[in-house]
Design a protein around this ligand. Structure first.
Ligand SMILES: [Zn+2]
Length: 321
């Protein structure tokens, strides 16, 4: 792999086309090999003793020559103990990342020939969980402005049907690099107008960053958290577009994406997963290669906690596709 400089190469580190995908990943052994390279870019390291020499077992594990410890490349990830062939997972990741706006559960069900809508739905949610890197870089930093606010996703409908009933408050942080928009973070909040937005800021914005907000008094505490706080004059601007233009743009895009992508209504409690997908796509919108998104999503998938279906839907079913 040519990833030493941090820039994976098309055709070398990730498939360029669907034809590449089929050729590279003809069976699960090839998929495992690839996941091994993503998990240990500098070569296998035994998690028990740190040694680097290994044998591959017939069951697809890495066995340490020094201490005999067997390691599964998928253990502790969304791909752990899946009964579905890895080749099908790889195809799903390809379809999810190869289109600009993503794929609906119905679309995935169709292209992969799943028996049920629920299976495709659960797969998409598992992949969405992988779209958030556990060790994500903080927004901001020297010379970068971050706009911070709450926005309400309300009246989101498709074909006259409400996607959800209540207004859903979402906290947004949007980088502005000069005139250009940078990366974003988004999170649903249960308590709009509360200290939750300060917790959110502390978790996603690097200390020292200039943070622009509206004039809500609560937000003055941002200065106590080590930010250069830049409140706008009005307490609540009547036209948010003029006060926090970057944030306003992102909020509109988010709403439009939700309307365009979703074929069925979504429950408000699943909105966090959709925010993760939107964030993943937005923050990589300039990627020249869709194949690179495939690479990044698989890379993140094997670094993510497993989320069995029952935790996704509140334990009402225990299908585990
Ligand atoms: Zn070992």
């Amino acid at each position: 792999m040519a990833v030493e400089d941090g820039r994976p190469e098309a055709g070398v580190d990730y498939p360029r086309t669907y034809a590449d995908l089929l050729e590279w990943f003809a069976d699960d052994a090839a998929c495992l090999e690839y996941l091994g390279r993503l998990r240990w870019p500098e070569g296998f390291r035994c998690p028990a003793c740190g040694a680097g020499e290994y044998w591959r077992t017939g069951t697809g594990l890495w066995m340490c020559v020094a201490c005999g410890r067997r390691t599964s490349v998928t253990a502790g990830t969304v791909l752990h103990r899946t009964r579905t062939p890895l080749t099908t997972w790889f195809a799903a990741v390809w379809f999810v990342t190869s289109t600009k706006t993503g794929v609906s559960a119905q679309g995935l069900q169709r292209v992969l020939g799943f028996g049920s809508y629920e299976t495709a739905w659960a797969w998409l949610h598992k992949l969405r969980r992988a779209m958030v890197r556990p060790d994500r870089d903080l927004l901001g930093g020297p010379g970068v402005l971050v706009e911070l606010d709450e926005t309400f996703l309300d009246g989101v409908t498709r074909g006259g049907v409400d996607l959800w009933k209540a207004k859903v408050p979402v906290m947004l942080a949007v980088e502005k690099r000069g005139r250009k928009l940078g990366r974003i973070r988004a999170r649903v909040t249960a308590r709009p107008g509360s200290l939750a937005i300060l917790d959110f800021a502390a978790e996603v914005i690097a200390p020292g960053t200039t943070v622009r907000t509206d004039g809500a008094p609560l937000l003055r505490r941002l200065a106590d958290l080590g930010y250069a706080h830049q409140p706008t004059v009005a307490i609540r601007a009547t036209d948010p577009a003029t006060v926090l233009p970057g944030l306003h743009t992102v909020a509109s895009l988010l709403k439009r994406w939700l309307i365009a992508t979703l074929h069925y209504g979504i429950a408000a409690e699943h909105l966090p997963y959709y925010l993760d997908e939107f964030t993943f796509r937005f923050n990589r919108r300039d990627s020249r290669s869709r194949g690179l998104l495939f690479y990044r999503l698989l890379q993140q998938a094997i670094a993510t906690d497993p989320h069995p279906l029952d935790t996704l839907i509140g334990g009402t079913q225990n299908t585990n596709p």
